[in-house]
Every structure is written in C-alpha cells, then in structure tokens.
Design a protein around this ligand. Structure first.
Ligand code: G6D
Length: 343
C-alpha cells in the first residue's frame, strides 16, 4: 500500500502551493509540487536521485527548470516564430533569439489543480491546468494534464494529455536533473541510448534540419559508455554546448512506449531505465559554468553534476520540414507517456 502525504508549501506568485510525497512499499519516495509540476525529490534507499530544493522560495528565484513540467512547447522555437497554415505566431525570445520551454511564464510557473489517488501498488497525483487562448503567444485554449504515478517497482510514470479549441502545437516534457550516484558529477555513469542519429545544431542550439549518424562521433551511445568519455572531445557540436545539449532521434519511433535509455552508476550498481512514446530526447548534461549550478541549501554542484533526459518532439519542429510537428486540432487529444524506472 502506498502512502501519500501533503503539506502546505508556501505562497507562490500564482497562489498557495502544496508539496506531495508518495511513498511506496519499499519506503522509496517521489515528491512533487502543484507549483510548476516540479519534482523536488526522488529518494531510493535514502539516497537523493534528483537536483532540487526543499523550499518553494528557492524555486521562485531563476533556476534552470529544476524538475519542472515544461510547456506549452518544450525546447527551442527559432526566432520565437512559427506558422500554422496561413497564420503566423510570435513568441517571446527568452533564450537568445529563440523561444525556450514555453516562454517567459511557462507551465513551470503556474499552480496546477492536483488530484491525488492511492491504489494497491501505486499512487498518483494528477495535475491539470487551463491555458487560455493566446497564452505566451500560442493559439487555442489548452486543457492540459499530467499524471505522476509512483509504483512499488520504483517506477515514475508521467502521462500527459491535452485538448484544444483551436489548432495549436504542444510539446510537453519534464526537466528533472538526475544524478543516480546521489552526488558528484555524472561523467563516470554509463549511458546507453537507443538512437543511431541525432540532430546537430547551430550556435543558438537550433537544429540544422538534418539527422546525422552518431557512428564515429562523441554522440554514439548505442553501446553503453561513460558520459564523460567524449564529453570534452574536439568536435564542433560538443564545443557549441560545452558538452551534450542535443536531441537524439530514438530508433524505431512508432508512438508506442519503448525503452530508449539506460543510465548506470557502476559504483552503486544503480540503474535508471527510461521509456517513452516520443520520437526524441534532449540529453542535457548540465554544462553550467562553475558557480552557476547549485542544489539543496544552495550547495554548489559540480559542472556536469546531473543529466536531463527530456523526452520530446524534435526542437524547432514547427519550422523544420524534416521533423514532425506535434500539431493538436480541436476534437483530438495529445497523449504521451514517459517512464523512468530505478533498478
Ligand atoms: C534545456 O536544452 C536546454 C538547455 O540548453 C538549457 O540550458 C536548459 O534547458 C535549462 O535542456
């Protein structure tokens, strides 16, 4: 039987926030807030698996989307501009010339409506939110939800849904920074990605529009290798991002749930297995300059002290002919699932 506890978590600019903790039969826990859908903590055998804070106030100061639910459109849209049919739309440029992760006030800055539920071998909190027509420049009212399930098998299952009243674009993801060692940098952790291709980018991290083979490049994780092995390789794409901050095209995408990544910490033997219904994953190795990355109690974190595995449609897909855009029409339902399982 799972336990769900909740506590008042303070006042956000969008109203009072609540923190929920779901504890499974092994005593392992997931904590998330209705503020921004932020995953603040995942504890396995008492060891913290994610970067985050314990206090709401810390999340109100600028931070790189720790644990947050990202929308309406995860990743970058070039120049903050896109068109649907004859209609042109302009978004705020909040990342150099581009729009990133939903704009200035994205889904990570709202208090969502929360519905907790507890079952035999799992517990869940379903967050829902209504984003009005024109919110951050996106067309159509969006009724959006994300169900966070935490199972007795230490599986976090995120199921996103959205409907609209006007044709629009949606690309929802979660921005958790994992460190399955519980500390230090992630360079010795072994990553395997079921992806033969990735999408190279320009200097503002907008895809060039091509799918490039990973074979023979630092981007080849088809066989498990230490994240740090080629992270400083002399390769123009590595130089652009000071490490990995790229989208990999998951092999065999067909919209069904499939395993796309495993991350293993050789020291503890801990493993994170990742599954998604999405075609891509942004692998971001937290390449922050020293001093710009900190965690609980503002403890400074090392460069590459975490890894994000942000499942998604490809960056800038609305402007890229070669990439499929997740277009949502009235009457249709956007539905994607991503699973992170600790073993
Ligand atoms: C995303 O791809 C981006 C990064 O460039 C950014 O720094 C981060 O979000 C905050 O992963």
């Amino acid at each position: 039987m799972q336990r769900i506890s909740s506590k008042a978590w303070g006042q956000s600019p969008d109203g009072p926030a609540t923190l929920y903790t779901l504890t499974n039969s092994k005593g392992n826990s997931l904590s998330l807030s209705d503020y921004g859908g932020i995953i603040t903590s995942i504890k396995i055998d008492g060891v913290e698996m994610v970067i985050g804070y314990d206090q709401l106030e810390d999340y109100l100061a600028p931070n790189p989307y720790y644990g947050a639910l990202i929308g309406r459109y995860g990743n970058r849209i070039a120049g903050g501009k896109f068109s649907i049919g004859e209609e042109d739309y302009t978004l705020a440029a909040n990342n150099g010339p581009n729009s990133l992760h939903g704009g200035v006030k994205g889904f990570d800055k709202y208090v969502w409506k929360a519905a907790p539920s507890s079952g035999d071998n799992r517990a869940s909190v379903t967050l829902s939110h209504v984003s009005p027509d024109g919110d951050e420049g996106f067309p159509g009212r969006l009724d959006v939800s994300c169900k966070y399930e935490w199972t007795d098998d230490d599986e976090l299952r995120l199921t996103y849904t959205a409907t609209t009243d006007k044709t629009t674009i949606v690309n929802l993801t979660n921005h958790t920074y994992f460190n399955i060692s519980g500390g230090g940098n992630v360079r010795s952790q072994l990553l395997q990605l079921d992806a033969d291709q990735y999408t190279p980018v320009d200097e503002t991290l907008i895809p060039l529009g091509t799918l490039a083979p990973v074979a023979g490049t630092p981007f080849d994780f088809t066989k498990a290798k230490p994240i740090g092995q080629d992270i400083a390789a002399d390769h123009p794409q590595i130089a652009l991002a000071s490490g990995y901050d790229h989208n990999w095209a998951i092999n065999g995408y067909n919209g069904k749930l499939r395993e796309f990544a495993t991350l293993r910490d050789p020291a503890s033997g801990r493993q994170l297995s990742c599954y998604t219904t999405e075609p891509g994953v942004q692998v971001f190795t937290a390449n922050f300059k020293p001093g710009l990355f900190s965690g609980r109690d503002h403890t400074p974190l090392p460069v590459q002290g975490a890894i994000c595995l942000e499942t998604q449609h490809f960056p800038d897909s609305p402007n890229q002919e070669a990439f499929t855009t997740p277009l949502l029409k009235p009457g249709g339902t956007y539905r994607t699932t991503t699973v992170y399982r600790f073993e």
